[in-house]
Design a protein around this ligand. Structure first.
Ligand code: SAM
Length: 403
């Protein structure tokens, strides 16, 4: 339970008993002290009572390491990965997958409730068809030739022989490269949809495996996409397919003819919507992603691509008098800047489809749009990142009648 050599092993630390009733922002289970201050206990599960050793008393919260499970959760399972608890990657492997979904549902609903939105509009999360070996992208730290991750406590490096979240091709490359990477401190491995679509960065001086490939090919919605090394692409291909279907249905349901795809990445949504609507405007700030999107839009004459920050490009569209029916918004974890939200509302789309990987910023931005005349119809969480505390969600807002 307590990790050898972790801060919890220091002599003189105090021992507490705590009821765990929630999850902290990093996925640690959370209880409260007598003053209501959060106590975070890694490896706990909401509903459990544990004995724990405090290793850090901060002004805002206390961190403790579990030393005994006094009342285990009925949802507790054996974490299959021997690195679980040491590694930052997974926080929920010790929780049955059905319970992970319930926890993620509550995470989204609680954030909505906290900003005064109706938690009941959050649907049951869509389970992943493949909760293991789903990740198509890995970023390894390299030390003395060995690939690994950085430990949860003390940020110390540890070697990773295999990762249960990675696609088998990444684990095969990991085994091949282990102990041979003396020329770099980082290694980025991406695998695309075709079996031979592999990118290892940086370029290595090894004869085998080949490395330095600048992009991989992905396939989504029956279309191929070039994805360059720095560009974003969803890590769980099967769940990305379902997300695209949901987004497409939400856009087409209102009979959209002009669609804005803000934060467009390599152009997945825009390209897949182009066959169904008259015009799509894709906005993206990253140069490599825009170059990929331009390539991926080859043959699509009804997609306009605008390079720039959403908050500036969307304001320019308002000034130009651009008319759109639906705004599709898929920002990074921090959500939209206020200027971007202002411009989206000023463009007066009938519907906003908001794709998010962070329930906190999602709730904040939904609240801002509801305050400006939009009604929240539904929120659909998707388990895009099984065994981690992360959750993806699609939210649909409609302009209130008469507004
Ligand atoms: C979560 S990804 C979504 C990409 C794409 N919709 C997809 O599904 O693959 C967010 C994208 O927003 C881009 N981005 C981040 N900040 C931005 C900004 N201020 N303006 C425009 N694009 C931005 C990133 O480069 C990234 O491609």
């Amino acid at each position: 339970m307590a990790e050898p050599g972790s801060p919890a092993a220091h002599a003189g630390d105090d021992i507490i008993e705590v009821e765990l009733d929630g999850l902290g922002p990093r996925g640690d289970a959370c209880g409260r002290d007598d003053d209501g201050k959060p106590i975070y206990v890694a490896g706990g599960i909401p509903g459990e009572r544990v004995r724990a050793r405090v290793y850090k008393r901060g002004r805002i919260s206390t961190s403790a390491e579990m030393i005994a499970l006094l009342r285990p959760s009925p949802h507790r399972v054996e974490a299959p990965c021997p690195l679980f608890g040491h590694c930052n990657g997974c926080q929920l492997q010790h929780v049955a997958i059905e319970r992970q979904l319930a926890i993620k549902h509550a995470m989204v609903a609680d954030q909505l409730g906290a900003v005064g939105l109706e938690p009941a509009c959050v649907r049951a999360p869509l389970a992943a068809p493949s909760p293991w070996h789903y990740r198509n992208h890995a970023r390894f730290t390299v030390k003395r030739g060995r690939l690994g991750f950085v430990r949860r406590h003390r940020h110390a490096f540890f070697e990773v022989p295999q990762c249960l979240l990675m696609e088998p091709r990444i684990n095969a490359l990991l085994a091949t490269l282990q102990g041979r990477l003396h020329e770099t401190t980082q290694c980025n491995i991406r695998v695309g949809a075709p079996d031979d679509a592999i990118s290892i960065q940086p370029r290595l001086s090894l004869d085998e495996p080949a490395s330095g490939q600048p992009f991989v090919i992905e396939v989504l919605g029956g279309r191929s996409f070039r994805v360059s090394t720095p560009a974003f692409f969803q890590v769980h291909r099967a769940q990305a397919e379902r997300m695209v279907e949901l987004v497409r249905a939400a856009v087409l349901e209102v009979g959209a003819t002009v669609v804005l795809d803000a934060f467009a990445g390599v152009g997945t949504f825009a390209a897949l919507l182009a066959a169904h609507v008259e015009h799509v405007i894709a906005v993206e700030e990253s140069g490599p992603a825009v170059r990929d999107a331009s390539y991926n839009f080859g043959g699509l004459s009804n997609v306009a691509l605008r390079l720039g920050k959403a908050e500036q490009v969307l304001r320019a569209m308002v000034d130009e008098g651009t008319a759109i029916d639906v705004a599709l918004v898929d920002p990074p974890r921090a959500g939209c800047l206020p200027d971007a939200l202002d411009a989206i509302v000023a463009l007066r789309p009938r519907r906003v489809v908001y794709v998010s990987c962070d329930p906190g910023s999602l709730a904040r931005d939904l609240r801002a749009m509801v305050d400006r005349g939009y009604a929240l119809s539904w929120v659909q969480p998707l388990d895009m990142f099984p065994h981690t505390v992360h959750v993806e969600a699609i939210a649909v807002l409609d302009r209130a009648a008469g507004d």
